[in-house]
Design a binder for this molecule. Structure first.
Ligand SMILES: [Zn+2]
Length: 205
């Protein structure tokens, strides 16, 4: 049984096209899911269906957001690429456009980093982003929206901006697939002078 769980980074804004902008991609993907006749369900429900070997899980899609930037909920203006719609508002836009019968269980889980110190280190990596963009100030608002849950990414994050982590270095795990590092890596963008953005190898969380 193949299960689909899609993951987005709201701090991944490197242009205005689908491939380099997770806000554009998320909005488009919701339409694709709707047209495909698939069902979005909250991740905990998807996990329960999988545990119960419920074959209906195969036509379900889970939605997750990684690392917990405030852009998961709030619109912001990217210094180079202009206004970006927050993920929560993208879901509200979808609701406004199609009504409650399209993807009636629409819900996404944002996996946030618990350690304020780790978040501060990662935040300093992208100083051009506005304010405390990895703060915890929006977590309750997200849960109260009814469209989002907050999940535990981990205590901190194996990331070059975080000097010490409690969760260990996954590159030393024997489970790491051959030829592919499990260590979260930084993409340098597309040329010198670009600010790096976070990205993850498929095996990292
Ligand atoms: Zn992450």
């Amino acid at each position: 049984m193949t299960i689909h769980v899609l993951t987005y980074h709201s701090h991944n804004v490197d242009g205005t096209a689908y491939a380099g902008n997770d806000h554009v991609a998320f909005a488009e993907d919701l339409e694709v899911i709707r047209r495909a006749g698939a069902e979005v369900v909250p991740l905990d429900e998807l996990a329960a269906r999988i545990a119960a070997r419920d074959r209906s899980a195969a036509r379900c899609v889970g939605l997750s957001f990684d690392d917990g930037p405030v852009f998961d909920v709030h619109d912001f203006v990217h210094p180079r690429f202009g206004p970006q719609r927050g993920f929560l508002n993208i879901m509200r836009d979808f609701r406004a456009r199609h009504g409650g019968r399209a993807l009636p269980r629409l819900h996404a889980t944002s996996f946030v980093i618990a350690s304020p110190q780790a978040r501060a280190c990662m935040q300093a990596e992208l100083p051009e982003y506005p304010g405390e963009w990895l703060s915890d100030a929006w977590w309750v608002e997200a849960m109260d929206s009814g469209l989002m849950g907050i999940g535990n990414h981990s205590w901190d994050h194996v990331h070059h901006a975080v000097p010490e982590t409690a969760i260990g270095n996954p590159s030393t795990r024997s489970k790491a697939p051959k030829g592919r590092s499990a260590r979260p890596r930084i993409s340098s963008g597309r040329g010198p002078g670009r600010r790096p953005r976070y990205s993850h190898s498929p095996s990292a969380t």
